[in-house]
Design a binder for this molecule. Structure first.
Ligand code: XMP
Length: 316
C-alpha cells in the first residue's frame, strides 16, 4: 500500500539532501505534475524559481488561469512570454518527433536563460513518462515518442547529475494523492493532463496561427460543454485536435471546403492504456452544433473512438 505521509517525508528529505544550497529552476505548466513539484519544492524550503513558459501553444486564456491558480496557492511564479521564439522555430516543421525535440530544447534554453545561475533543473516527470520514452538500445523503432522531459539536452544534464525528478517513481493517481496532502485545491489537482508541448501535439503537420486559433476555439467549446454537463470530472482527459484535411460541405447556400476537427475524451488509470468515453449524444450534438456555427474554418466534427493501444491519447 502507498503510504503517502511517509513517502512525502522521505521525499522532502531526499530533495533537501540533493539540493543543499544550490539554485533550482522548476518549469511549471499549470498541470498537476509540475504544480505538485513546485509546491513540494517550496515545502522543502529549497532555493527555487518557478518559471511558466508561455510558448504560444497554450489553450484559450490558459496563462491567466495558471497564474491565478498559483496565486491562490501562494506560490510565486515568473511568466516568460516566448510565443514568437517557439512558433518561429516551429514554422514549417511537420515531423512530430522534430517538433517535440525543438520544443523540448527551447524549454531548457528558456529556463537556463531566465535563471542564469541555475544549478539544478527540476522536472515533474512521472513513471509512465520514463517508460514511454525509454529507448531500447537495440532498436530505435521501439521508442514510442520523445517526451518533452526527455530530450537529448536533458539527458546530458542528467548525466551530470543536474536534473531533479522527485516524482519519477509515481503514477498520476499517486501524484494527486501527494498533492492533496500538500494542501493543493481539488479543482487544480483534478485538471485534465495537458502535454508539455501543448497544442503542437494536437496539430498534425506544420503549426500556423490559423490552426492554433481553430483548435483553441473548438477545445474551449468542448471543455465548457463537458463542464456544464457534469462530465469534466468523469473523464481522464478530453480535447479537440485538428484534422487538416479539407472536405466538401454546405454553409448557408454555398459550398464549403474546410478542415475537420476531432473530439477525444478518454478514461485511463495511468495513461499507459486508455479507452474512449461514451459521452451522451446530447452533449456531443450540442458541442458539434456550436463548433459548426461558431468556429470559422471547420465544416465537420468527428468523435474519436480509438482505444490506446493502438492509438495514443494525443495525436502526435
Ligand atoms: P499519449 O499521447 O502518449 O499520452 O498516449 C499519454 C499522456 O501523456 C500526456 N503527454 C505528455 N505530457 N509532455 C507531457 O507533459 C509530453 O511530451 C507529453 N506527451 C503526451 C498526454 O496528454 C496524455 O495524458
Amino acid at each position: 500500500e502507498f503510504r503517502i505521509e511517509d513517502f512525502k517525508r522521505e521525499m522532502l528529505d531526499g530533495i533537501r539532501e540533493k539540493v543543499g544550497d544550490k539554485q533550482v529552476v522548476c518549469g511549471v505548466s499549470g498541470g498537476v505534475d509540475s504544480t505538485v513539484l513546485a509546491v513540494l519544492l517550496k515545502e522543502a524550503g529549497v532555493n527555487v524559481r518557478a518559471i511558466f513558459v508561455d510558448h504560444g501553444l497554450m489553450r484559450l486564456d490558459e496563462g491567466d488561469e495558471v497564474r491565478n491558480n498559483f496565486h491562490r496557492m501562494g506560490v510565486e511564479i515568473e511568466t516568460v512570454d516566448c510565443a514568437d521564439l517557439f512558433l518561429g522555430k516551429l514554422a514549417g516543421v511537420a515531423d512530430p518527433e522534430e517538433k517535440r525535440k525543438i520544443i523540448g530544447g527551447l524549454f531548457i534554453d528558456v529556463f537556463w536563460d531566465t535563471v542564469g545561475n541555475a544549478e539544478l533543473l527540476a522536472q515533474g516527470t512521472l513513471y509512465p513518462d520514463v517508460i514511454e520514452s525509454a529507448s531500447n538500445a537495440k532498436s530505435k523503432a521501439s521508442k514510442i515518442k520523445t517526451h518533452h522531459n526527455r530530450v537529448d539536452r536533458i539527458l546530458e544534464l542528467q548525466a551530470q547529475g543536474k536534473v531533479l525528478e522527485p516524482l519519477a517513481e509515481l503514477f498520476k493517481d499517486e501524484v494527486r494523492e501527494l498533492g492533496t496532502s500538500l494542501g493543493i485545491p481539488a479543482d487544480i489537482l483534478n485538471r485534465h493532463p495537458f502535454p508539455g508541448p501543448g497544442l503542437a501535439v494536437r496539430c498534425p503537420g506544420d503549426i500556423t496561427e490559423k490552426k492554433l486559433r481553430i483548435i483553441r476555439e473548438c477545445d474551449h467549446i468542448f471543455i465548457t460543454r463537458l463542464k456544464d454537463h457534469g462530465w469534466y470530472d468523469k473523464v481522464w482527459q478530453a480535447y479537440a485536435g485538428l484534422i487538416p484535411v479539407k472536405t466538401v460541405g454546405v454553409k448557408g447556400d454555398e459550398r464549403s471546403y474546410e478542415w475537420a476537427i476531432s473530439l477525444r475524451a478518454v478514461i485511463s488509470e495511468d495513461a499507459m492504456t486508455a479507452d474512449w468515453v461514451e459521452l451522451p449524444p446530447a452533449l456531443l450534438r450540442e458541442t458539434s452544433n456550436r463548433i459548426l456555427n461558431e468556429v470559422d474554418g471547420i465544416n465537420r466534427v468527428l468523435y474519436d473512438i480509438s482505444t490506446k493501444p493502438p492509438a495514443s491519447i494525443e495525436w502526435e
